[in-house]
Every structure is written in structure tokens, then in C-alpha cells.
Design a protein around this ligand. Sequence first.
Ligand SMILES: *Cc1c(COP(=O)(O)O)cnc(C)c1O
Length: 462
Amino acid sequence: MNDQPGQPLRELPALDSLLRDPSVIPLVGRHGRAAVASWARTALDAQRARLISSGLSHSRAELVSEALTAISENAVAAHLSSLRRVINATGVVLHTNLGRAPLADAAVAAVAEAARYASVELDLASGKRLYRGYQLDARWRDLSGAEAGFAVNNCAGATLLALAGLAAGKEVVVSRGELIEIGGAFRLPDIFRLSGAILCEVGTTNRTRLSDYRKALTSQTGALLLVHPSNYRQIGFVESVALADLVSLGREHGVPVIHDVGSGAMFDLAPYGLPGEPVVSESVRAGADLVLFSGDKLLGGPQCGVLVGRKVLVERLRESPMARALRVDKLTLAALQATLQIYAAGDPLRDIPALRMLVETVSAIRSRAERFRLDTALPLVPLDGFSAVGGGALPGIALPTALLRIEPTGRSADALAERMRRAPVPALGRIENDAVLLDFRTVLPGEESSLAATLRCALEGV
Ligand SMILES: *Cc1c(COP(=O)(O)O)cnc(C)c1O
């Protein structure tokens, strides 16, 4: 710094010279000239303002180096804010912020295969045009026992479509105990408002009886809706109505019953320590006219929402203009088809990663963690803990797991976690008692060497 008065702005570097700097040229290649130029301009503007207000001058070299630092920090920030693969060592299997269910290998391959041109709305046998998703018709029937089914963008979309398509301008009866918020602005009353169906709440927060639904039925009733309270549990003085009873009531009055089961379990997970999730086929068997569920929760597939049920209703909804606005793309269809194929002819507990993770025994997880600890010789301490299902499924279920605690490093856990996020392959653990814990339940096979590299990178310099 020198303080010769006069022209402090004279030493400001030119924008073009910054963009031609050897350290900046690759950034222009990666992020584009417009983005890098705007970072450079912002840096220069800040320098100009500071020079004017302080009246001090700096050498050209100082200003250039400062601007280059600012540009490279912007490039790092842009890289970190792009969509990146991450290693999930949080132990939360259906981590909404990490894209919920990780796809099966076959689904990943199917996505790549279908990504260019694919027979999305074409029947290859006849050469004729067919509706989107027809490829999965038989799968939905076989898996759920329902007459028909199809997929839309997500379960919120499936709910919106069902309400709008079956009950716009009519009342839909739902228990006060089931007016749920799923998160990310899915609040049932808001979905009702969007759909044009009129929300008719019955019962109380903790107790709703069949007689409550019965009293609410009028000529204006468009449907009865039962919603699985996926992400919370009521205990104590509670009462709710069984689907079968609601179905009888609906039949009596000629009103369809919609069951939003949420997580889309295809079979009972109770034998694996995961009780309480409704099974889609049981809901169909109990007589629900429409069953709605997510594709990326316990089904273990891509983001989508599925409607299965009576053919007339499913077809009516499939052909409505709103279905067009909620339709899935070819990548989703490809992933879904491959996922359902595993249910049909494969071994879902082995080949659907979310299910495999959920049923993996603590001893299997412990041996993977222990092998990692010994192979990498990183400063890791084994300890016992619990994993969560996540994704608004199975609240309160804690699965025993084996953890590795990263040894105290002289850095705070937050600082270490940040370094892990900034590594070339970002990894997320969870923080407890100011330590970063790694839960191997959600670390995929084959990710060990990337995780080790990330930890080495995060631990560097301590
Ligand atoms: C998760 C969930 C939804 C929302 O599903 P998305 O696929 O996230 O839109 C709706 N209803 C229930 C009961 C759920 O559990």
C-alpha cells in the first residue's frame, strides 16, 4: 500500500486483463465468460468504492491478487451450489435434501438408456401412439392388485389430481387428525384449495369415529379421504377409523374412498423392525377406490406419485388436463420401470438400495464400518447409535446402527463438516456432541474410497 495522493483508481486492473489471467482462463471455460466477468466486475466495483472512500492507493499487484482471489471464491461457490453427487453418511435413508431414495443400479442404467430417444408414447409392436406410462399398466396391477394405476410428478400431485378430478366443487370428508403437513409446503388444506375440492373436516385432532364421517355425508360429498399421518404419531387417547369401515360407508353412499398411504410400501416391513407403514396392496384389498403414494420413499424409486385403483377412476384422472400438467418425464418412467421390474422378478431387499439399507443388520453395518476404519487408518472411533428412516416415513423408528466418530481434530465439528462438504466428492455425516459421526448404513457399496479421500481432504492440516 502506498498513500501517494491523487489517483488511487489508476492502479485498478482492467476487466479484460483479469479474464486473461492464466488462473482465470480455466474458470471461463467451466463457468462461462458472462459469469466470470460478472464476478470480476463485482470485485472491481468493490475495490473502486473502497479506494474512493478511503482515498488510499494500493499497488496494481495487490489489487490484481485480491480480485483474482474474489473470482476464485465465486467459482468455488458456484461449483458448490451446482447439483452434485454426495456421499450420504448421515444414516437417514430417505433424506429429502439428498433426493430421498437412491436408485437401484438397474434404474440408474435405465435412465441413461432412455435419456435420448425412447418409446415414451409409442407402442413398438403396432407403431401406434399410446398414452404415457402405458408400459407400467400391468406392473401396477400385479404389484397392487388394483385394476389400474399410473404415475404423476409426486404424491402431492397425485393428491391434487385425485381431489380435483373426483371432487372439484364438492366436499371431501377428512379427519381433523389427518390434516397433515408433509414438509416443503405440502399442507393438505392448501392442496384442497388448489384442487377446488371443499375440505370437510370431521372429528377432533385425536379422535375421529365412523359416525363423524357418516354425519358429514351429503349430496355434495365427492369423496372420503383417509391420509396416513406419515411423519408423526399420535399416542394416548386416540381413535381413528379403519379403512375397511370407511370403504363400507363409502359404498353405502356411492362415494369413492381415497387412501393417501404416503410412503408406498409394497410389502409389510414389520418383520424387519419397521412396523406401521400401510402396504399398498392391503389398502387396495380393503377396498379403497384410489390409493396414492410416493415413488421415492419406501418404494425406493424415482420421485413420482402413483395412483392405483378402480379403472374408471384412474382412466378419468389420467385423461384430465391436470394430469398433463403433472406428467412424468421419460427419465422417471425409465427408473420406475426398472424399479418395478425388481419387485416383479428380482429381490427388492437386495437390489433396491433404500430397502437394503433399511433391513441391513447392525452387525453387517458394523463390519463394513470396521473394515473401512482398518483399511483407511483414519482417526475414527467406532460407536453404537441409531439411524432414521427419514422422508417422512416411520417417525420414531430408530434403527440400531454402527457409527464411526471422527476423532477430535482441533477443528470444531461444524468446521470439519464444512470441509467435508467442500471436498471434491462431498460427504455428509451428522453432528452430535461437537463430533462428526459417520453412519455406514447409508454409505453405498463402492463409495468407500471416495469417502476416505474426502475425509483425508477434510482432515488435512490438522
Ligand atoms: C410424503 C407424503 C406425501 C407427499 O409425497 P411427495 O411425493 O413428497 O409429494 C403425501 N402424503 C403422505 C401421506 C406422505 O407421506
